[in-house]
Write a protein that binds this ligand. Structure first.
Ligand code: 57M
Length: 359
């Protein structure tokens, strides 16, 4: 809105020319989202406490988690609110991709909200049924896939990291591919969100990485120089990514160990889906496996654990899956697991960035 209100005045007030630049608006979207979370955080936490939206802790998890019982959850509402507000303020709202990203974020946020809400009403550790949740996620991802597929100029070719000349065209299969990426990312983040700050830290790292990719993909000259596919209009997604980084850091302030609030499914499902959608829009789909490698590792640990458990009739590879529980049960202090996982996430993001040159 600021862009639409103030930029047109640049003819009389030349300083307003600055609102034209994506870089400037990305920085301010980030700061705006951060401030919204930072300032409103205590009030939201107090409200959640008053509404008794406290986390139910499963008794089969690590013992160190029992003391977290009653920690307010559904803090994701604050994150989504901050991202939406900052994006609406700073992005060019005539941009189709911005609305796709916002739509996926809010729609999957709603699924998570219903899940959390049911959990709170029933006061048990499960909300929506797994099948129900999966179906709803698929519907949102399908809508996103269809909208992009029919959008003029959006390519159905997939970028393969490290291989500049390999770009398979999936045709209508790209719609299914979009669903796989979005639903996969959403659930991977959800699985990872089991220690204080464990999901939101890497989410901010992923958003920051894609912020760079969005900017260069939507910039004719940079795209040409880096020999990546130029996609007109995608640069504006950098503003959305900036808002995600800011909101993520603002939330981390309160979610840092020992957490005063959890994001809930409303946060994990929506932010996971949003990074999936961003990977699709920026045409760096497969790269998400690397940028969000930490989420992939956590998910694989669950797949291997469950598979092995079933095959062997009850034996385990890890002390407990997802992987963060394994290290907790090995005796690592929670902050140590969290910070070490963040370090891995940063390293993976750096490797992913290097693909801009290593191709
Ligand atoms: C949700 N939710 C956290 C919080 C957060 C298939 C199976 C691996 C599924 C998996 C599962 O249910 N995962 C999805 C994970 C929960 O956090 C809430 O949920 C939201 C995210 N959806 O925002 O509201 C708990 O995580 C802790 N937490 C923090 N800090 C945070 O900032 O400490 C969360 C956020 C919170 C809190 O304790 O209550 C969760 O872990 O439940 N299931 C599991 O992860 C379970 N694993 C398991 O059963 N493993 C088995 C194999 C055979 C599948 C095994 O290895 O033997 C574990 N989770 C728990 N207890 N809690 C084990 C048992």
């Amino acid at each position: 809105m600021i862009y639409h209100l103030l930029y047109p005045l640049h003819t009389s007030i030349s300083a307003f020319n600055v609102f034209r630049y994506i870089t400037f608006r990305t920085i301010y979207a980030s700061l705006t989202a951060f401030l919204i979370c930072f300032v409103l955080g205590p009030w939201v936490i107090k409200r959640l406490r008053r509404l008794q939206v406290g986390q139910f802790i499963r008794d089969d998890g690590p013992e160190t988690h029992f003391k977290k019982s009653g920690t307010p959850t559904m803090g994701g509402v604050l994150i989504i609110g901050a991202i939406v507000a900052a994006t609406l303020l700073w992005a060019n709202l005539t941009n189709f991709y911005v609305w796709i990203a916002l739509g996926v974020l809010v729609a999957t946020g709603l699924i998570g909200f219903i899940d959390d809400y049911r959990m709170q009403i029933k006061k048990r550790s499960k909300g929506l049924g797994a099948r129900e949740k999966f179906l709803l996620q698929c519907m949102v991802a399908l809508a996103c896939g269809l909208l992009l597929y029919f959008y003029p100029g959006f390519s159905t070719r997939v970028t393969v990291p490290f291989l500049k000349n390999v770009q398979p065209d999936l045709g209508w299969g790209y719609i299914l591919f979009t669903m796989l990426v979005i639903v996969g990312a959403s659930n991977a983040v959800n699985l990872t969100d089991g220690l204080d700050g464990l999901a939101i830290g890497p989410l901010a790292i992923v958003a920051a990485t894609y912020m760079v990719f969005a900017y260069v993909t939507g910039h004719v000259k940079f795209a040409q120089y880096l020999q990546i596919n130029y996609v007109a209009g995608v640069g504006e997604i950098a503003v959305f990514c900036g808002a995600m980084v800011g909101a993520g850091l603002g939330f981390l302030w309160f979610n840092a160990y020992p957490a005063q609030v959890f994001m809930g499914d409303v946060g994990s499902l929506s932010l996971g889906s949003a990074i999936g959608a961003i990977a699709i829009i920026t045409k760096q789909e497969i790269l998400l496996v690397l940028v969000g490698g930490l989420f992939v590792i956590e998910t694989l640990s669950v797949i291997f654990q469950v598979g092995y458990f079933k095959l062997t009739g009850g034996k385990r590879i890890f002390r407990m899956a997802p992987l963060h529980h394994h290290f907790e049960l090995k005796g690592w202090a929670e902050p140590k697991v969290i910070v070490r996982f963040w370090i891995i996430a940063i390293a993976l993001a750096l490797v992913a960035m290097s693909t801009l040159k290593l191709r």
